[in-house]
Ligand binder design. Structure first.
Ligand SMILES: Cc1cc2nc3c(=O)[nH]c(=O)nc-3n(C[C@H](O)[C@H](O)[C@H](O)COP(=O)(O)O)c2cc1C
Length: 319
Protein backbone atom coordinates (compact mmCIF):
# COMPACT_ATOMS: atom_id res chain seq x y z
CA UNK A 1 0.00 0.00 0.00
CA UNK A 2 1.16 3.55 -0.72
CA UNK A 3 1.49 6.08 2.06
CA UNK A 4 -0.85 9.04 2.21
CA UNK A 5 1.60 11.62 0.91
CA UNK A 6 0.68 15.27 0.41
CA UNK A 7 0.59 14.64 -3.36
CA UNK A 8 -1.84 11.73 -2.98
CA UNK A 9 -4.04 13.78 -0.62
CA UNK A 10 -4.02 16.76 -3.01
CA UNK A 11 -4.89 14.59 -6.01
CA UNK A 12 -7.71 12.78 -4.22
CA UNK A 13 -9.14 16.03 -2.79
CA UNK A 14 -8.96 17.61 -6.26
CA UNK A 15 -11.10 14.71 -7.51
CA UNK A 16 -13.46 15.24 -4.55
CA UNK A 17 -13.96 18.91 -5.48
CA UNK A 18 -15.24 17.89 -8.92
CA UNK A 19 -18.38 16.48 -7.28
CA UNK A 20 -21.72 18.18 -7.92
CA UNK A 21 -23.11 20.54 -5.27
CA UNK A 22 -26.28 22.57 -5.05
CA UNK A 23 -25.76 25.91 -6.89
CA UNK A 24 -22.07 24.86 -7.07
CA UNK A 25 -21.60 26.03 -3.46
CA UNK A 26 -18.89 23.36 -2.83
CA UNK A 27 -19.73 23.12 0.90
CA UNK A 28 -16.87 20.81 1.90
CA UNK A 29 -13.60 20.88 3.83
CA UNK A 30 -11.02 18.13 4.37
CA UNK A 31 -8.76 17.74 7.38
CA UNK A 32 -5.90 15.29 7.56
CA UNK A 33 -5.41 13.65 10.97
CA UNK A 34 -2.27 11.48 10.65
CA UNK A 35 -3.25 8.62 8.35
CA UNK A 36 -6.93 9.56 8.54
CA UNK A 37 -8.95 12.19 6.66
CA UNK A 38 -12.06 13.90 8.03
CA UNK A 39 -14.70 15.34 5.73
CA UNK A 40 -16.35 18.43 7.23
CA UNK A 41 -19.47 20.24 6.05
CA UNK A 42 -18.61 23.90 5.45
CA UNK A 43 -21.72 25.68 6.76
CA UNK A 44 -20.32 29.07 5.69
CA UNK A 45 -21.34 27.89 2.20
CA UNK A 46 -24.88 26.85 3.12
CA UNK A 47 -28.05 28.04 1.36
CA UNK A 48 -30.13 29.27 4.33
CA UNK A 49 -33.34 29.80 2.32
CA UNK A 50 -33.33 26.81 -0.06
CA UNK A 51 -31.62 24.37 2.29
CA UNK A 52 -32.31 25.35 5.93
CA UNK A 53 -31.92 21.74 7.15
CA UNK A 54 -28.60 21.23 5.31
CA UNK A 55 -29.84 18.22 3.34
CA UNK A 56 -28.23 19.57 0.16
CA UNK A 57 -24.98 20.28 2.04
CA UNK A 58 -24.83 16.64 3.15
CA UNK A 59 -25.77 15.27 -0.27
CA UNK A 60 -23.10 17.42 -1.95
CA UNK A 61 -20.52 16.35 0.64
CA UNK A 62 -21.55 12.71 0.15
CA UNK A 63 -20.87 13.07 -3.58
CA UNK A 64 -17.44 14.55 -2.79
CA UNK A 65 -16.83 11.67 -0.37
CA UNK A 66 -17.48 9.14 -3.15
CA UNK A 67 -14.88 10.81 -5.39
CA UNK A 68 -12.42 10.99 -2.49
CA UNK A 69 -12.83 7.27 -1.70
CA UNK A 70 -12.43 6.41 -5.35
CA UNK A 71 -9.35 8.61 -5.75
CA UNK A 72 -7.65 7.18 -2.69
CA UNK A 73 -8.34 3.60 -3.82
CA UNK A 74 -7.01 4.25 -7.33
CA UNK A 75 -3.93 6.04 -5.93
CA UNK A 76 -3.10 2.99 -3.79
CA UNK A 77 -4.47 4.21 -0.42
CA UNK A 78 -7.84 2.45 -0.01
CA UNK A 79 -9.77 3.71 3.02
CA UNK A 80 -12.62 2.56 5.27
CA UNK A 81 -15.34 5.14 5.79
CA UNK A 82 -17.27 5.83 8.99
CA UNK A 83 -20.15 8.29 8.66
CA UNK A 84 -20.87 10.85 11.40
CA UNK A 85 -17.95 9.51 13.52
CA UNK A 86 -18.40 12.01 16.39
CA UNK A 87 -22.01 12.35 17.55
CA UNK A 88 -21.27 15.65 19.33
CA UNK A 89 -19.78 17.15 16.15
CA UNK A 90 -22.38 16.84 13.37
CA UNK A 91 -20.26 18.92 11.00
CA UNK A 92 -17.82 15.99 10.70
CA UNK A 93 -19.68 13.93 8.12
CA UNK A 94 -17.14 11.15 7.58
CA UNK A 95 -13.80 9.81 8.77
CA UNK A 96 -11.62 7.81 6.39
CA UNK A 97 -9.02 5.48 7.87
CA UNK A 98 -6.57 3.16 6.09
CA UNK A 99 -8.06 -0.16 4.91
CA UNK A 100 -6.18 -3.38 4.11
CA UNK A 101 -3.96 -2.90 1.06
CA UNK A 102 -5.48 -4.04 -2.25
CA UNK A 103 -5.13 -3.06 -5.89
CA UNK A 104 -7.86 -0.84 -7.39
CA UNK A 105 -10.54 -2.72 -9.29
CA UNK A 106 -11.09 -2.09 -13.04
CA UNK A 107 -14.49 -0.58 -12.16
CA UNK A 108 -12.86 1.88 -9.74
CA UNK A 109 -10.37 2.93 -12.40
CA UNK A 110 -13.15 3.41 -14.95
CA UNK A 111 -15.30 5.50 -12.59
CA UNK A 112 -12.30 7.58 -11.48
CA UNK A 113 -11.40 8.37 -15.09
CA UNK A 114 -14.99 9.57 -15.63
CA UNK A 115 -14.84 12.19 -12.82
CA UNK A 116 -13.54 15.11 -14.95
CA UNK A 117 -15.93 14.25 -17.82
CA UNK A 118 -19.09 14.39 -15.66
CA UNK A 119 -20.95 17.71 -15.85
CA UNK A 120 -24.59 18.51 -15.13
CA UNK A 121 -26.57 18.90 -18.36
CA UNK A 122 -29.55 21.25 -18.56
CA UNK A 123 -30.05 20.78 -22.31
CA UNK A 124 -32.56 18.60 -24.20
CA UNK A 125 -31.60 14.95 -24.77
CA UNK A 126 -32.34 12.73 -27.77
CA UNK A 127 -35.59 10.78 -27.81
CA UNK A 128 -33.54 7.57 -27.75
CA UNK A 129 -34.39 4.84 -25.24
CA UNK A 130 -31.80 3.91 -22.63
CA UNK A 131 -31.41 0.09 -22.85
CA UNK A 132 -32.62 -2.06 -19.95
CA UNK A 133 -29.09 -3.29 -19.25
CA UNK A 134 -27.84 0.26 -18.71
CA UNK A 135 -30.82 1.09 -16.47
CA UNK A 136 -29.92 -1.96 -14.43
CA UNK A 137 -26.30 -0.76 -14.06
CA UNK A 138 -27.52 2.64 -12.83
CA UNK A 139 -29.78 1.03 -10.22
CA UNK A 140 -26.95 -1.27 -9.15
CA UNK A 141 -24.71 1.79 -8.62
CA UNK A 142 -27.24 3.22 -6.14
CA UNK A 143 -27.66 -0.16 -4.43
CA UNK A 144 -23.88 -0.47 -4.00
CA UNK A 145 -24.10 2.61 -1.73
CA UNK A 146 -27.05 1.16 0.25
CA UNK A 147 -29.52 3.42 -1.54
CA UNK A 148 -32.05 2.88 -4.33
CA UNK A 149 -32.82 4.33 -7.75
CA UNK A 150 -36.28 4.08 -9.28
CA UNK A 151 -36.20 4.71 -13.04
CA UNK A 152 -39.29 5.33 -15.13
CA UNK A 153 -40.32 6.59 -18.54
CA UNK A 154 -43.92 5.49 -18.09
CA UNK A 155 -45.78 8.58 -19.42
CA UNK A 156 -48.48 8.61 -16.72
CA UNK A 157 -45.97 8.17 -13.89
CA UNK A 158 -43.62 10.80 -15.33
CA UNK A 159 -46.54 13.25 -15.61
CA UNK A 160 -47.55 12.71 -11.97
CA UNK A 161 -43.97 13.32 -10.82
CA UNK A 162 -43.67 16.33 -13.16
CA UNK A 163 -46.78 17.84 -11.52
CA UNK A 164 -45.16 17.47 -8.08
CA UNK A 165 -41.98 19.09 -9.41
CA UNK A 166 -43.95 21.98 -10.94
CA UNK A 167 -45.86 22.61 -7.70
CA UNK A 168 -42.58 22.59 -5.74
CA UNK A 169 -40.95 25.02 -8.17
CA UNK A 170 -43.98 27.34 -7.99
CA UNK A 171 -43.93 27.30 -4.18
CA UNK A 172 -40.18 27.99 -4.00
CA UNK A 173 -40.07 30.73 -6.63
CA UNK A 174 -42.93 32.62 -4.95
CA UNK A 175 -40.45 33.47 -2.14
CA UNK A 176 -38.37 36.57 -3.04
CA UNK A 177 -35.64 35.45 -0.60
CA UNK A 178 -35.28 32.14 -2.49
CA UNK A 179 -35.03 34.04 -5.78
CA UNK A 180 -32.40 36.40 -4.35
CA UNK A 181 -30.32 33.50 -3.00
CA UNK A 182 -30.42 31.74 -6.37
CA UNK A 183 -29.46 34.95 -8.18
CA UNK A 184 -26.50 35.40 -5.83
CA UNK A 185 -25.09 32.02 -6.93
CA UNK A 186 -25.87 32.46 -10.62
CA UNK A 187 -24.49 35.96 -11.13
CA UNK A 188 -20.92 35.53 -9.91
CA UNK A 189 -18.31 37.77 -11.46
CA UNK A 190 -16.25 36.32 -14.35
CA UNK A 191 -13.42 34.18 -13.05
CA UNK A 192 -15.34 33.23 -9.89
CA UNK A 193 -14.45 29.76 -8.59
CA UNK A 194 -17.97 28.86 -7.45
CA UNK A 195 -21.61 29.37 -8.46
CA UNK A 196 -23.25 28.46 -11.76
CA UNK A 197 -21.76 30.31 -14.76
CA UNK A 198 -24.06 31.47 -17.57
CA UNK A 199 -22.33 28.99 -19.91
CA UNK A 200 -23.62 26.06 -17.80
CA UNK A 201 -27.04 27.50 -16.89
CA UNK A 202 -28.85 25.84 -19.80
CA UNK A 203 -31.58 27.67 -21.71
CA UNK A 204 -33.97 29.90 -19.78
CA UNK A 205 -36.67 27.67 -18.27
CA UNK A 206 -39.96 27.78 -20.22
CA UNK A 207 -43.33 27.35 -18.55
CA UNK A 208 -44.37 24.64 -21.06
CA UNK A 209 -41.46 22.28 -20.27
CA UNK A 210 -42.66 18.99 -18.81
CA UNK A 211 -39.91 18.90 -16.14
CA UNK A 212 -39.67 22.37 -14.60
CA UNK A 213 -36.02 23.39 -14.35
CA UNK A 214 -34.63 25.89 -11.87
CA UNK A 215 -34.12 29.09 -13.82
CA UNK A 216 -30.43 29.90 -13.60
CA UNK A 217 -30.69 32.91 -15.93
CA UNK A 218 -29.64 31.21 -19.16
CA UNK A 219 -30.26 32.67 -22.61
CA UNK A 220 -33.60 31.91 -24.37
CA UNK A 221 -33.86 28.38 -25.79
CA UNK A 222 -32.63 28.53 -29.39
CA UNK A 223 -31.24 25.17 -30.34
CA UNK A 224 -34.40 24.16 -32.21
CA UNK A 225 -34.52 20.95 -30.21
CA UNK A 226 -37.27 20.51 -27.66
CA UNK A 227 -36.91 18.61 -24.42
CA UNK A 228 -37.79 14.92 -24.66
CA UNK A 229 -41.51 14.18 -24.79
CA UNK A 230 -40.98 10.95 -22.86
CA UNK A 231 -37.95 11.59 -20.62
CA UNK A 232 -36.31 8.89 -18.55
CA UNK A 233 -36.38 10.09 -14.98
CA UNK A 234 -34.88 8.61 -11.84
CA UNK A 235 -35.69 9.12 -8.20
CA UNK A 236 -32.76 8.38 -5.99
CA UNK A 237 -33.47 7.66 -2.37
CA UNK A 238 -32.10 6.34 0.89
CA UNK A 239 -33.60 3.75 3.21
CA UNK A 240 -33.80 6.13 6.19
CA UNK A 241 -34.12 9.89 6.56
CA UNK A 242 -31.29 10.72 8.97
CA UNK A 243 -28.33 13.01 8.22
CA UNK A 244 -26.18 9.91 7.64
CA UNK A 245 -28.73 8.71 5.05
CA UNK A 246 -28.27 12.00 3.19
CA UNK A 247 -24.48 11.50 3.10
CA UNK A 248 -25.13 7.96 1.82
CA UNK A 249 -27.50 9.37 -0.82
CA UNK A 250 -24.77 11.79 -1.93
CA UNK A 251 -22.36 8.90 -2.45
CA UNK A 252 -25.05 6.99 -4.34
CA UNK A 253 -25.80 10.07 -6.47
CA UNK A 254 -22.18 10.33 -7.52
CA UNK A 255 -21.87 6.58 -8.14
CA UNK A 256 -24.96 6.79 -10.39
CA UNK A 257 -23.74 9.94 -12.20
CA UNK A 258 -20.28 8.49 -12.87
CA UNK A 259 -21.81 5.21 -14.05
CA UNK A 260 -24.01 7.25 -16.40
CA UNK A 261 -20.89 9.05 -17.71
CA UNK A 262 -19.15 5.70 -18.32
CA UNK A 263 -22.25 4.53 -20.24
CA UNK A 264 -22.24 7.68 -22.42
CA UNK A 265 -25.33 9.13 -20.73
CA UNK A 266 -25.93 12.75 -19.72
CA UNK A 267 -27.78 13.67 -16.54
CA UNK A 268 -29.60 16.66 -15.10
CA UNK A 269 -30.83 17.21 -11.54
CA UNK A 270 -34.08 18.68 -10.20
CA UNK A 271 -34.00 19.02 -6.44
CA UNK A 272 -36.97 21.40 -6.00
CA UNK A 273 -39.27 18.66 -4.59
CA UNK A 274 -36.70 17.98 -1.84
CA UNK A 275 -36.67 21.65 -0.82
CA UNK A 276 -40.45 22.09 -0.55
CA UNK A 277 -41.70 19.88 2.33
CA UNK A 278 -45.25 19.41 0.94
CA UNK A 279 -43.88 18.32 -2.45
CA UNK A 280 -41.42 15.91 -0.87
CA UNK A 281 -44.28 14.24 1.03
CA UNK A 282 -46.27 14.03 -2.21
CA UNK A 283 -43.30 12.40 -3.94
CA UNK A 284 -42.90 10.00 -1.04
CA UNK A 285 -46.60 9.05 -1.30
CA UNK A 286 -46.18 8.60 -5.08
CA UNK A 287 -43.39 6.12 -4.27
CA UNK A 288 -45.70 4.37 -1.79
CA UNK A 289 -43.35 5.25 1.11
CA UNK A 290 -40.61 3.12 -0.43
CA UNK A 291 -37.80 5.08 1.28
CA UNK A 292 -36.77 8.73 1.60
CA UNK A 293 -36.50 10.48 -1.81
CA UNK A 294 -33.31 12.56 -2.10
CA UNK A 295 -32.93 13.58 -5.75
CA UNK A 296 -34.82 13.68 -9.02
CA UNK A 297 -32.73 13.02 -12.15
CA UNK A 298 -33.26 13.15 -15.91
CA UNK A 299 -31.04 10.81 -17.92
CA UNK A 300 -30.48 10.45 -21.64
CA UNK A 301 -28.19 10.95 -24.59
CA UNK A 302 -27.05 14.55 -25.01
CA UNK A 303 -24.15 16.70 -26.10
CA UNK A 304 -21.24 17.10 -23.66
CA UNK A 305 -22.18 19.73 -21.06
CA UNK A 306 -19.88 22.62 -20.07
CA UNK A 307 -17.79 22.45 -16.90
CA UNK A 308 -18.47 24.73 -13.92
CA UNK A 309 -15.55 26.20 -11.97
CA UNK A 310 -14.06 24.76 -8.77
CA UNK A 311 -11.88 26.02 -5.94
CA UNK A 312 -8.47 24.32 -5.81
CA UNK A 313 -7.63 21.62 -3.27
CA UNK A 314 -5.51 24.08 -1.26
CA UNK A 315 -8.66 26.13 -0.51
CA UNK A 316 -10.57 23.18 0.94
CA UNK A 317 -7.85 21.35 2.90
CA UNK A 318 -7.81 22.59 6.50
CA UNK A 319 -4.13 22.97 7.40
C1 LIG B 1 -27.99 18.56 -3.71
C2 LIG B 1 -27.92 19.05 -5.13
C3 LIG B 1 -29.01 19.72 -5.68
C4 LIG B 1 -28.98 20.15 -7.02
N1 LIG B 1 -30.09 20.72 -7.57
C5 LIG B 1 -30.08 21.08 -8.88
C6 LIG B 1 -31.25 21.61 -9.50
O1 LIG B 1 -32.31 21.69 -8.90
N2 LIG B 1 -31.15 21.98 -10.81
C7 LIG B 1 -29.99 21.87 -11.53
O2 LIG B 1 -29.98 22.22 -12.71
N3 LIG B 1 -28.88 21.36 -10.96
C8 LIG B 1 -28.90 20.96 -9.67
N4 LIG B 1 -27.76 20.44 -9.09
C9 LIG B 1 -26.52 20.38 -9.88
C10 LIG B 1 -25.57 21.54 -9.50
O3 LIG B 1 -26.10 22.78 -9.88
C11 LIG B 1 -24.19 21.28 -10.13
O4 LIG B 1 -23.67 20.10 -9.60
C12 LIG B 1 -23.20 22.39 -9.88
O5 LIG B 1 -23.62 23.59 -10.47
C13 LIG B 1 -21.80 22.04 -10.39
O6 LIG B 1 -21.83 21.73 -11.76
P1 LIG B 1 -21.39 20.30 -12.34
O7 LIG B 1 -22.32 19.27 -11.75
O8 LIG B 1 -21.57 20.44 -13.81
O9 LIG B 1 -19.98 20.05 -11.95
C14 LIG B 1 -27.79 19.98 -7.79
C15 LIG B 1 -26.70 19.29 -7.22
C16 LIG B 1 -26.77 18.82 -5.92
C17 LIG B 1 -25.60 18.05 -5.36
Amino acid sequence: MNVLTTDVLTEAVTAATLAPSMHNTQPWLFRREGDAIDLHADYRRELPVADPLHRAVRISCGAALFNLRLGLAVLGCPMEVRLMPEPGRPEILARLTPASPRPPTPAERELYAAIPRRHTSREPFLDTQVPAEHRHRLSQAAAAEHCWLMLTDDPAEVRRIAAILRAADRELTSDPAYQAEMRAWTSRSPGSLDGIPRSAAGPAAQAYELLMRRDFGGAPHQSGRDYETEPLIGILGAHGDLPSDEVRAGQALQHVLLTATVLGLSAGMYSQPMDAPGARDALWRELRWRGSPQMLLRLGYGLPAPASPRRPAADVIIP
